[in-house]
Design a protein around this ligand. Structure first.
Ligand SMILES: CC(C)(COP(=O)(O)OP(=O)(O)OC[C@H]1O[C@@H](n2cnc3c(N)ncnc32)[C@H](O)[C@@H]1OP(=O)(O)O)[C@@H](O)C(=O)NCCC(=O)NCCS
Length: 381
C-alpha cells in the first residue's frame, strides 16, 4: 500500500518564495515581511507589487504601478453586456469567474513567459476585478454600472463604484488593510487550483478563473459569508451555547473557525478583530461583533485545546457588513485581493514548470464482463 495523504495535507506541492506561514507561532510573511508591518505601513497596491516583483517598490515604481492600474480599470461594454445577461439571483462569484474567463478572450495571451505580457496581464487583472464585482452588484439591482474614476485610490474607487459616494477615508483605510490581509496565503486550495491550471501553460485569465471557482466554496473563501449567516441565525447572546454545542455534538463545522495550518488564532483575524471592534463602537449589546466575541469565547472553552480558533474569515465579514456591503460580495472582495497572490504563484509556476499530474490509488474492480443491454439487471447499491 502506497502512502496516501487525504487532501494532500502536509505534502509540499511546490517550492515558493512568495509567502511563509508558521501555524504554531501564528506568523505570516509576504516575501519575508510580517503582515502586521504591511497592515500598518503599506497599501494594497504596494503589497501587490511586493508579491509580484519580490521587493518593495521605489517611489517611482509605485507611481507607475498605481498609474498603470488606474488607467486599466475600465471594462469593455461587452463584458458589461455579459454581466447583464446573467441571472440577477446568481452568485457574484460565478459572475466574476465567467467575466474573468471572458477577459482572456479580449486579451489573448500566448507568450506566458514574456515579461512585458505578464506585467500587463497582472495589471489588467488587478485593475479590472473590482470593476467587474461592482458592476455586477449594481446591474443585478437594475442600476447602471458606475464608471471607475482614475483620480481615486484603488480601495476608494471600488467603494465609490459600489455606492456612487466618495467613501469616508477611515473606512477606505480599513478596507485597504483587509485587502492586504487577504492578498496571499501560501499553498491553499485556490492557489493550488490556479497552479495546476498554470502548469498546463494556460494563460493567466484561465488560471485566475480556476482559482476563483475554488475560492467560492464554504470551506475556503465562502466561509466569510457563512459566518454572517450563522451570527444572524444565532441572533442573541443567550442562544450561543445551545447553537454551538448542537453543532459540535453533530460534528458540524462552525464557520470562521479552524485552519489546516494555524493552531493558534490566525494573525489576520487578530488585526481584523481590532477593526471590527473600532467599527462597532457605540453599537447595541447584541451587535454582530458582540455576538462574534461571545461565540469565540464559547468555542475557546469547548474546542480551544484542539487548536480550533478564529481564522481570517471570522471577523472580515463583520467589517464588510458594518460597511454596508452585501454579504454575497464578501468572497468576490476576497478574490480581488487574492488575485495578487494567485498571480505571484502562477508566475513562479511558469518559471519552473512541471505539469501537475498526481497519482491515484485505484480501488475499483478489474476484468468486469461487458453485459449486453438486453440482459442487464437493475443496479442495486
Ligand atoms: C478550514 C478547515 C477545512 C480545515 O480543516 P482540516 O485541517 O481539514 O481539519 P478537519 O476538517 O480534518 O478537522 C479536524 C478536527 O477539528 C474539527 N474542526 C475543524 N474545524 C472545525 C470547525 N470550524 N468547527 C468545528 N470543528 C472543527 C473537526 O471536526 C475534526 O474533529 P475530529 O478530530 O474530532 O474529527 C476546517 O477547519 C473548516 O471546515 N472550517 C470551517 C470553514 C472555514 O472557516 N473555512 C475558512 C478557512 S480559512
Amino acid at each position: 500500500m502506497r502512502d496516501f495523504f487525504p487532501g494532500l495535507a502536509g505534502v509540499p506541492a511546490a517550492k515558493s518564495s512568495v509567502s511563509f506561514v508558521d501555524g504554531a507561532e501564528g506568523i505570516l510573511e509576504y516575501r519575508g515581511i510580517r503582515i502586521e508591518d504591511l497592515a500598518e505601513h503599506s497599501s494594497f497596491l504596494e503589497t501587490a507589487f511586493l508579491l509580484l516583483f519580490n521587493h518593495l517598490p521605489t517611489k517611482l515604481e509605485l507611481e507607475h504601478f498605481n498609474r498603470d492600474i488606474s488607467q486599466r480599470r475600465r471594462i469593455k461594454y461587452r463584458i458589461i453586456d455579459l454581466l447583464k445577461s446573467l441571472p440577477e439571483q446568481g452568485h457574484p462569484m460565478d459572475a466574476l469567474q465567467a467575466a474573468v474567463a471572458a477577459l482572456g478572450m479580449f486579451y489573448p495571451t500566448h507568450e506566458v513567459l514574456d515579461e512585458a505580457t505578464r506585467y500587463l496581464t497582472a495589471v489588467r487583472l488587478i485593475a479590472k476585478l473590482p470593476t467587474i464585482v461592482a458592476a455586477f452588484a449594481r446591474l443585478r439591482r437594475g442600476d447602471e454600472a458606475i464608471q471607475p474614476r482614475d483620480d481615486l485610490s484603488y480601495s476608494e474607487n471600488f467603494l465609490y463604484m459600489l455606492t456612487e459616494q466618495i467613501p469616508d477615508p477611515s473606512l477606505v483605510k480599513i478596507f485597504d488593510v483587509c485587502l492586504i490581509l487577504h492578498a496571499e496565503h501560501t499553498m491553499n486550495a485556490s492557489t493550488f487550483s490556479g497552479m495546476v491550471t498554470a502548469s498546463t501553460l494556460a494563460d493567466p485569465y484561465t488560471v485566475i478563473s480556476s482559482a476563483i471557482g475554488t475560492l467560492k466554496g464554504p470551506l475556503h473563501g465562502g466561509a466569510n459569508e457563512a459566518v454572517i449567516h450563522m451570527l444572524e441565525e444565532i441572533n442573541s447572546l443567550g442562544q450561543i451555547p445551545a447553537y454551538l454545542d448542537h453543532k459540535l455534538a453533530n460534528k458540524e463545522k462552525v464557520m470562521g473557525f479552524g485552519h489546516r495550518i494555524y493552531k493558534v488564532k490566525d494573525p489576520r483575524a487578530l488585526v481584523m478583530q481590532g477593526f471590527a471592534q473600532q467599527l462597532d463602537a457605540h453599537r447595541d449589546t447584541q451587535s454582530l461583533f458582540t455576538l462574534a466575541r461571545a461565540v469565540e469565547a464559547h468555542m475557546e472553552s469547548r474546542v480551544g485545546t484542539k487548536g480550533i480558533r478564529p481564522n481570517v474569515d471570522f471577523y472580515s465579514g463583520i467589517i464588510y457588513h458594518r460597511m454596508g456591503i452585501e454579504t454575497d460580495l464578501f468572497t468576490p472582495i476576497f478574490a480581488m485581493a487574492r488575485v495578487t497572490g494567485w498571480l505571484a504563484h502562477c508566475f513562479e509556476q511558469y518559471q519552473e514548470n512541471h505539469l501537475f499530474r498526481p497519482d491515484q490509488i485505484y480501488e475499483g474492480p478489474h476484468h468486469r464482463p461487458y453485459e449486453p443491454l438486453e440482459t442487464r439487471e437493475p443496479h442495486s447499491q
